[in-house]
Design a protein around this ligand. Structure first.
Ligand code: NAD
Length: 476
């Protein structure tokens, strides 16, 4: 597949290619060009040229094109979901939800188009002010491999509705569905040059987007270390910046929680997408009064998960996205075992042979008796490993939940409103769920505090973040 610039297939100035392999089989799915600075330059020029006409459309005209794209995506959802599973590894049901989620996001922004996008301020005798919101210009979006379709939607829909044009870079592991979606957007009527997709590696194409002077805003989702680097470069250039980085979400389970419902929540919260989700449950704190029964049920449920190729509709969990990701998880668990930092209650090994073939499968893993200093509680573990810690009261649970450099999401499982109030007020995170975890509909602003990043995706907040205010002061 070629990259997509100015409404056309584009071959790279360099003739090297990136293979996209199926994580369940290791087989080649397709290949894409390994882009260069020159390709980003061509894309930025196309986006700059398209900006003037695109910004002059009304928001409702732009919203209508988002709506038509969503219709187009719904027509092709089965093929898109299949392609996403083949390049990313996730179960087909999750891929289907993600593709439909992309359409939902576009529809949400189409529906809010035409809403007041500014303000009027009376200043007594001094005059009146009219504040309008203008698009920023060409925006760059850098996308990770774990939820490539949803995250493309989070960035593209508000940016385009606000009147910006874009250069986007998919992850080199998962560029294929992003490219197909860009073509569907063009077919729905989004003009040439408004959305350009440059494929390639982070160090080349990603950095070129961050450094290109015509690209005025960068929206990045990915790892904290990459985020730090991008912040420094973009900050030097006074670019607008949105950073959605890692997380180590705590799940607090109190003694009045509904055990079956909470076990189901923990299972989905941790093992959805094979644990490769920014807001996955990465640490679980359970009240000592129910700990024994809760852990027993959880272990049984984890052991019942069906692992396999995501294209098989009966499976619950697919492979990890790549061999290095699996190696990293295996090394972490090995070091926990070797250093006596926890008890592996179930799992703790890679799956090989027969139906697992050359795929990057890892058995869902539950760790108890966790040493407080272990990396399972300190770092973001991006895979199917769940550490469970027993706590004696809510004070301890809140204090441990906050013992992190991250602050993306958190959840509390309880029937008690006073507990909810305390967790909401005292846990540092961008979103607090009660009796659920993970769900992020397009209406709710989403993003973290501390090292989980800056800025918000979704909702009116993201639309505003793709604009700048400009004020007309009328002195009477
Ligand atoms: P990553 O940082 O390795 O890559 C993300 C993207 O950045 C890719 O497209 C990559 O090619 C590009 N990139 C890499 N180096 C770059 C550089 N120097 N300059 C510019 N671009 C560069 O992250 P990943 O492994 O793809 O994604 C997993 C991470 O993303 C996890 O930490 C996860 O928590 C985080 N994430 C956060 C959210 C959120 O909304 N907060 C959502 C999904 C994933």
């Amino acid at each position: 597949m070629q990259m997509r610039i100015n409404g056309k297939d584009h071959s790279s100035s360099d003739d090297s290619w990136i293979n996209v392999n199926n994580p369940a089989t290791g087989e080649l799915v397709d290949r894409v060009p390994s882009g260069t600075f020159t390709d980003v330059e061509i894309a930025a020029e196309a986006a700059s040229a398209a900006f003037d006409l695109w910004r002059k459309k009304t928001q409702r005209e732009r919203g209508l094109l988002l709506y038509r794209t969503a219709e187009n995506v719904r027509v092709h959802y089965k093929d898109l979901a299949r392609l996403l599973t083949m390049e990313q590894g996730k179960p087909i049901k999750e891929a289907t939800d993600e593709v439909r989620g992309f359409a939902n996001i576009l529809e949400f922004y189409a529906e809010i188009s035409g809403q007041p996008a500014g303000d009027a301020i009376r200043l007594g005798m001094a005059g009146d002010c009219i504040v309008i919101r203008e698009p920023i210009g060409v925006c760059g979006a850098i996308i990770p491999w774990n939820m490539p379709v949803i995250i493309m939607g989070w960035k593209v829909a508000p940016a385009l509705l606000a009147g910006n044009t874009m250069v986007i870079k998919p992850s080199s592991f998962t560029p294929l569905t992003n490219l197909k979606l860009a073509v569907l957007m063009e077919e729905a009527g989004i003009p040439q040059g408004v959305l350009n997709v440059v494929t390639g590696f982070g160090e080349s194409v990603g950095e070129a987007i961050v450094k290109h002077p015509a690209i005025k805003k960068v929206s990045f989702t990915g790892d904290c270390t990459t985020g730090h680097r991008i912040k420094n470069i973009a900050g030097e250039m006074f670019k607008d910046l949105s950073l959605e980085l890692g997380g180590s979400d705590p799940m607090i389970v109190m003694d009045d929680a509904d055990i079956p419902k909470t076990v189901e929540g923990a299972l989905r919260g941790r093992f959805y997408n094979a644990g490769q989700t920014c807001t996955a449950v990465k640490r679980l704190y359970v009240h000592e009064k129910i700990a024994e029964s809760f852990i027993r049920h959880l272990k049984k449920s984890i052991e019942s998960l069906r692992i396999g190729n995501g294209l098989d509709p009966s499976i619950d969990m697919g492979p990890l996205n790549s061999s290095p990701t699996r190696e990293k998880i295996a090394d972490i668990v090995k070091s926990v075992q070797e250093n006596d930092e926890g008890t592996i209650l179930t799992g703790g090994y890679s799956l090989q042979g027969n139906k697992f073939d050359k795929g990057y499968f890892y058995q869902p893993t539950l760790v108890t008796d966790v040493n407080p200093g272990t990396c399972l509680l300190k770092d973001e573990v991006f895979g199917p490993v769940l550490p469970v810690v027993t706590v004696s009261d809510l004070d301890t649970a809140i204090s441990l939940a906050n013992n992190t450099r991250y602050g993306l999401g958190a959840s509390v499982w309880t029937k008690d409103i006073a507990t909810v109030k305390r967790v909401f007020n005292e846990v540092n995170a961008g979103v607090i769920w009660v009796n659920r975890h993970l769900t992020v509909p397009p209406e709710i602003p989403f993003g973290g505090v501390n090292e989980s990043g800056m800025g918000r995706e979704n909702g009116f907040q993201a639309l505003n973040a793709y604009t700048r205010t400009k004020t007309l002061f009328l002195g009477w």
